[in-house]
Design a protein around this ligand. Structure first.
Ligand SMILES: [Zn+2]
Length: 437
């Protein structure tokens, strides 16, 4: 069985060294499930337009906002993404006590895309998500398409605030995030919810679920699994401990290190674990025989509240401990090559290139992971210099009414960095091939 995993974190302005909100996510998926990165422009729609999701169709919004999304190749929705209003969203698989439904529902990833398309703030995204969950539902439902379905938890953030949303079927709870926190494959909204779906407390009471007396403990009531044991609980503890220890000092690099961390969570306060036998951690690797799950894509979003620069979305493909985080801007055109990739491995797909890189390291881990990281380090350092310059220059151009110039500048910048990333990755693959020979 493929484990249910993923980790999402957020640090609010008072928790970061820059005073900006920083959001992060590892998308963990089946080991060979390609997850390209793509951009969709803002669109206006006719009154009677319909959005066709995989199992459910719903009325289209008048306007869908420009956004980037990290999309499992078979799915309409995303594991994580960001839109033109600096709304960022990531989800987590959860296991509720609810039985499998027989009628079709929305998939958690589709809900992310719908919310990115329809929200200008995190608060609006909460309304969109809870509205969709109430009306159309999500969670475990039978389907003929072989789609693995599950309940979902989300973090939605904008430059000012962030919320955790956890769901069970058509029910949900919403908690306002404070300072910094991480969520994982474990319910975490206890009695500290701000809002609840109508009937959630009654449903829990009528079914005799734990936590239903007095103010509803949403997590205790809805969870099927232990909230203290298992990989999700360990990873969440680890993320929260790392962020708590760095309150006021969290930056993008902290989040990247956390996403690449191999600490198994037994000691959540230990320093970042870089080298590993890959037995645990927030950075998920496949089993030695190549089966199981793997981190498929990652994002670290640095939002900006004071209007001095654009949001920077650092995106990585496959194992974040072996990858480069490349700064992406919703205001430019993403390199088309990033959207290439399907069910089977192909040479022209950046995602599959990083898949091959991780596989080559896995079969011969002796020191090669370290060599890969060393190759990326100077490239990553250079990006940390140039990305903020671009973010400020792009902002200035847009504010001066030169949006086309900003678009051209950012498009060129993302294309150059993507080309560099692919060149280094190809060199590394050649080197690993020679090592293996
Ligand atoms: Zn790793």
């Amino acid at each position: 069985m493929i484990p249910r995993s993923c980790d999402t974190m957020v640090a609010l302005a008072d928790a970061t060294s820059t005073g900006d909100v920083i959001f992060a996510k590892n998308s963990d998926r089946p080991v060979d499930e390609c997850q390209p990165l793509e951009l969709h422009a803002r669109q206006t729609h006719e009154d009677d337009a319909v959005t066709q999701c995989q199992f459910v169709s719903l009325p289209e919004a008048p306007v869908t906002y420009r956004h980037i999304g990290s999309r499992p190749y078979w799915c309409w929705g995303y594991e994580h993404g960001a839109n033109e209003h600096q709304v960022v969203i990531g989800n987590e698989g959860l296991a509720s006590r609810l039985p499998e439904a027989s009628e079709p529902k929305l998939i958690g990833m589709e809900i992310i895309r719908l919310a990115l398309e329809r929200s200008r703030t995190a608060s609006e995204a909460v309304d969109v998500i809870t509205g969709l969950v109430t009306e159309y539902g999500q969670g475990k439902f039978a389907n003929d398409a072989g789609v693995r379905t599950y309940d979902n938890g989300y973090i939605v953030a904008d430059p000012r605030e962030a919320f955790v949303i956890e769901t069970g079927g058509h029910h949900w709870g919403v908690k306002r995030a404070e300072r910094a926190l991480g969520i994982s494959n474990v319910y975490s909204i206890e009695t500290d919810w701000e809002t609840l779906s109508r009937g959630a407390a009654k449903h829990a009471r009528e079914h005799g679920w734990p936590g239903a007396r007095g103010r509803l403990n949403f997590a205790d009531a809805f969870t099927k699994d232990s909230r203290d044991e298992g990989s999700g609980a360990m990873r969440r503890r680890r993320a929260c401990a790392v962020l708590d220890a760095r309150l006021g000092d969290v930056n993008a690099r902290t989040m990247m290190s956390l996403l690449a961390d191999h600490g198994d969570g037994k000691d959540p306060d230990e320093p970042f674990v870089v080298d590993a036998d890959y037995g645990g951690g927030i950075c998920i690797h496949p089993n030695p025989d190549g089966t199981g799950g793997s981190t498929a894509a990652s994002i670290v979003s640095e939002l900006c509240a004071d209007g001095s620069r654009l949001a920077v979305h650092w995106c990585a493909l496959y194992s974040p401990c072996l990858a480069l985080f490349v700064p992406m801007f919703v205001e430019g055109e993403l390199p088309d090559v990033l959207a290439i990739g399907g069910e089977t491995s192909s040479e022209d797909s950046p995602w599959w290139t990083f898949h091959r890189l991780a596989a080559a390291v896995r079969v011969a881990p002796d020191g090669r992971a370290a060599a890969v990281r060393e190759a990326w380090a100077p490239v990553q350092d250079a990006l940390f210099v140039s990305a903020y310059e671009m973010a400020r220059e792009g902002r200035r151009s847009i504010d001066d009414g030169r949006g086309d110039d900003a678009n051209a500048l950012l498009t060129r910048y993302m294309a150059e960095n993507t080309a560099t990333m692919l060149r280094v990755a190809t060199d590394l693959l050649d080197w690993l091939d020679r090592q293996a020979a």
